[in-house]
Design a protein around this ligand. Structure first.
Ligand SMILES: Cc1cc2nc3c(=O)[nH]c(=O)nc-3n(C[C@H](O)[C@H](O)[C@H](O)COP(=O)(O)OP(=O)(O)OC[C@H]3O[C@@H](n4cnc5c(N)ncnc54)[C@H](O)[C@@H]3O)c2cc1C
Length: 393
């Protein structure tokens, strides 16, 4: 068997693994990434691409101390998009420079007062009528509209930009196929028998999303545990040119619906619907979910004619650490178990925070100097297709 030693072996090529691989290489670590399927093909490509600053989580009127981590994320991403941040994301397509928050009537006075506080200065501002996005320019719109300092990104282009600088370190392999040599919690070797390769990891970083469940039983990791949060998302393909990026706020502390807009290769746009529609829709059949979403949209945006639109549903689980505070994740999760780092960003936006935390656990070792190209027989994973392309095909 060929023995290869690396400072860091990352399992899972979603946004978290790709971001951390870039940062690890920049920091001088000899790192590689193994992906079983396609890059970005898990939760990453199903995300709405919003770079949250935490405002959504403050809707109940409590801005926690911890939300400071998420508050920094929009600026960290903006720096990268402008070519002056930790990773060059200048090739990423920005779908919207801001995300909006709207309510059908006026926002409650408590909320308006709250948004006016110092904590929200620079993060939330009310939008004057003439500056509203086209979709809210209609006379029938009677509500209030706020602009959040949060970007919306085209996720396929994020995956591409993160892949390019580290392409030579990414290989296709399903980690659960490996035979593991363990000394207690310490992973001493990962044997890829079919390929006659023995990988020796300094650290093993698991950014495998829901794939963690299988890997946890393979490595006999009992803690931390993972939980799934199921969602039933809805996609609407229509003939309008109405880019919409907004949370619709009702009376509760969660958005009734979160709408983002994504370009399709045939020149049309899709509206991707999340928020309460998706969270409460888990027990509805596809037909029931579409009927529910149609009613919700005609209630929220009655002036938009969607009579010729095509509707599709998408079931997806969020994979997150099992912990009680999950309702409002405002920092990434990374925990060391032996030389293994178990992690979930919990939000695409929090990938920079996950990389910070994961790299804290890493150490340089001059012995870990194997060439990534020694893995070349494993082949390369493709980059995933957007779900709105595959669902309407
Ligand atoms: C519907 C939806 C909307 C969302 N919207 C937003 C949003 O607008 N903004 C935001 O910040 N966050 C959002 N999120 C959350 C965000 O998508 C996730 O937090 C983030 O994408 C997780 O990235 P990840 O890299 O950890 O996991 P994933 O993207 O799931 O990647 C895990 C990867 O690991 C690979 N893998 C698994 N097992 C193995 C194995 N055995 N061997 C090798 N590879 C393996 C998988 O194939 C996959 O590619 C959303 C999530 C969902 C579900």
């Amino acid at each position: 068997m060929k023995i290869l030693k690396f400072d860091l072996i990352i399992v899972g090529g979603g946004v978290a693994g790709l971001w951390t691989l870039n940062r690890a290489v920049q920091s001088g670590y000899n790192a590689i990434l193994l992906e079983k399927d396609t890059l970005g093909g898990g939760q990453t490509i199903r995300s709405q691409g919003i770079i949250h600053g935490g405002t959504k989580y403050a809707l109940n009127g409590v801005l926690t101390q911890a939300s400071n981590t998420i508050k920094e994320m929009p600026q960290r991403w903006r720096d990268c998009l402008e070519g002056k941040g930790e990773i060059d994301l200048t090739d990423v397509n920005i779908l919207s420079d801001a995300h909006y928050m709207w309510s059908k009537g006026s926002l409650g006075s408590k909320m308006t007062t709250f948004f006016a506080t110092k904590a929200f200065r620079g993060r939330v501002e009310e939008v004057k009528k003439e500056k509203r996005p086209t979709v809210f320019q209609n006379k029938a719109f009677k509500g209030s509209l706020y602009r959040l300092n949060e970007l919306v990104l085209d996720v396929p282009s994020v995956v591409d930009a993160l892949r390019k600088p580290v392409e030579d370190r990414i290989y296709q392999y399903d980690f659960t196929q490996a035979e593991i040599e363990q000394n207690g919690e310490q992973i001493s070797a990962i044997n890829l028998q079919d390929n006659n390769l023995k990988l020796i990891p300094g650290k093993l970083l698991l950014t495998s999303g829901e794939g963690f469940e299988k890997i946890a039983s393979q490595l006999k990791i009992e803690q931390p545990e993972m939980q799934r949060r199921p969602l039933h998302m809805v996609m609407v393909k229509h003939n309008h040119n109405l880019p919409t990026f907004a949370h619709c706020i009702g009376t509760g502390s969660k958005p009734v619906a979160t709408i983002t807009t994504h370009p399709c290769s045939d020149g049309k746009q899709i509206w991707y619907l999340g928020g309460d529609v998706a969270e409460t829709g888990v027990d509805r059949s596809n037909e029931e979910q579409i009927a529910y979403a149609q009613k919700a949209i005609s209630d929220l945006l009655p002036w938009i004619d969607l009579s010729t639109a095509e509707w599709r549903c998408l079931r997806v689980d969020r994979a997150e650490p099992k912990q009680s505070t999950l309702v409002r994740p405002d920092s990434a999760f990374a925990q060391q178990v032996g030389n293994c780092i178990v992690s979930w960003p919990t939000k695409l936006a929090l990938s920079p925070d996950l990389a910070d935390q994961a790299l804290e656990f890493c150490q340089h070792n001059a012995e870990n100097s194997s060439e990534p190209s020694e893995l070349s027989e494993l082949g390369k994973p493709a980059t995933t297709q957007p779900v709105w392309e595959t669902s309407f095909a």
